[in-house]
Ligand binder design. Sequence first.
Ligand SMILES: *[C@@H]1O[C@H](CO)[C@@H](O)[C@H](O)[C@H]1NC(C)=O
Ligand SMILES: *[C@@H]1O[C@H](CO)[C@@H](O)[C@H](O)[C@H]1NC(C)=O
Ligand SMILES: *[C@@H]1O[C@H](CO)[C@@H](O)[C@H](O)[C@H]1NC(C)=O
Length: 209
Amino acid sequence: MLVLFFIILFHGSLTLASDPDPVFDFCLPNETSAGSSHSSCKNSSLARVEDFIFSGIKFPGKFNGSGFSSTAVNSKVFPGLNTLGMSLVRADFDVGGVNVPHFHPRATEVAVVLEGKVYSGFVDTNNQIFAKVIEKGEVMVFPRGLVHFQMNVGEIPATIIGSFDSQNPGLMKIPTAVFGSGIEEELLEKAFGLSPKELAKLKKRHAPH
Ligand SMILES: *[C@@H]1O[C@H](CO)[C@@H](O)[C@H](O)[C@H]1NC(C)=O
Ligand SMILES: *[C@@H]1O[C@H](CO)[C@@H](O)[C@H](O)[C@H]1NC(C)=O
Ligand SMILES: *[C@@H]1O[C@H](CO)[C@@H](O)[C@H](O)[C@H]1NC(C)=O
């Protein structure tokens, strides 16, 4: 029985899905070790300073139709973060640009406004809203799993850096999850009181890309 428990415990530790408490200084994933998402660590003597530097958010991304661009800096794009339980996002907003309501299932986010004036907020599980315009230098926290959103209400482009207490916070955009995921049309029409034409428009707009 005890043996079984330890087998489950140690086997389980390989497939555990929460951010772990690191037991090494760092763990650069060994990409060549068998295909699971939880690869083993590279021998640390092979680590280079470049493994701990990510240069992909020096510049804003391209704005799309919503005047928004974001670049996630998570363990997928920056393996140096692996096992460290943190990550970042850079978000840029054109004037009037919108970050649609979304949530991160695995992390609380602390977002600092680097530039601009941003209407910023979240909704709790009682559907109570907490929203306000915050400015350059101000910080807002979005508690884990709660729906939040932002819009640039200033006269210049805005930039935000969000930091997460997970190496892989996950991102669910409400419009895409609802209208872009392939949920049966009849259900969506009934749930949102939409005509087929209105629904078609929303589906087109929020198709995943
Ligand atoms: C990566 O894993 C493979 C298979 O387990 C091992 O042979 C190899 O030495 C590892 N590479 C490094 C850099 O640790
Ligand atoms: C890591 O590499 C160093 C230097 O090549 C070697 O001495 C050491 O035994 C390796 N450690 C492991 C766990 O493979
Ligand atoms: C613009 O991009 C953001 C983030 O990449 C996305 O959430 C949004 O749905 C996009 N909007 C349009 C209209 O393409």
